[in-house]
Design a binder for this molecule. Structure first.
Ligand code: HEM
Length: 181
């Protein structure tokens, strides 16, 4: 036993002494990890380059200029989107899908999308639905959960049923871009 311990000691080179005054190791530089330029005001993280186009919103806007008012205008749409995202992230069925998502970007682009679709005076600057969801492996059950959470969020904002259905009708057409399994 003593011989084995002696052999091990001889075989392993002595660890260099730790210098407490040495500067901390920059592990990102060691492994070549590029710094991420997070927006200093919002905390939003950058994404790979893509062509910005309202067509990325996945549907044409409604023609009725008064529909957005039934959602409480842009302020109401912000509240609906924030409520939807918060409830999706904490939902036991679909929450884990959002674990690595940039919540700031999702709330911004989702707001722009519904604002654009409801002709409430926004442009959509996010990615198209197929590119955004292609690697998520979503099933129709996931979409059904998200739609019911959206209905809850619209209900909480007292959006009339007819108006709710006008927005849902826009989203239905995106099913094949979002659901891939
Ligand atoms: C018609 C239904 C849907 C619409 C309109 C929609 C819309 C969007 C939008 C606008 C974005 C952000 C795009 C961007 O970053 O440029 C996004 C991202 C995302 N969506 Fe959806 N979505 C839908 C369905 C779903 C469903 C059913 C799930 C999961 C239950 C989901 C999960 C996600 C996730 C995880 C991201 C972030 C992806 C990433 O981080 O790259 N989406 N969605």
């Amino acid at each position: 036993m003593l011989t084995l311990a002696l052999l091990l000691q001889l075989a392993s080179p002595a660890a260099p002494p730790i210098d407490p005054a040495a500067p901390p190791i920059d592990w990102d530089a060691e492994f070549g990890v590029a710094p991420v330029a997070v927006d200093p005001d919002t905390g939003e993280r950058p994404v790979n380059a893509y062509v910005v186009d309202n067509a990325n919103a996945g549907a044409r806007p409604v023609r009725s200029p008064s529909l957005a008012a039934e959602f409480g205008g842009r302020a109401g749409l912000h509240r609906i989107v924030d409520r939807l995202v918060a409830s999706a992230e904490t939902d036991p069925r679909i929450g884990p899908i959002f674990a690595a998502t940039d919540n700031v970007r999702l709330r911004r682009t989702l707001f722009e999308q519904v604002c654009y679709l409801l002709a409430a005076g926004c442009d959509y600057t996010g990615r198209d639905m197929a590119a955004t969801h292609k690697d998520l492996g979503l099933q129709v059950e996931d979409l059904n959960v998200l739609v019911s959470l959206l209905q809850d969020a619209m209900q909480a904002e007292d959006v009339p049923f007819g108006a709710q259905n006008r927005l849902l009708a826009k989203l239905v057409g995106m099913k094949h871009d979002v659901v891939t399994r």
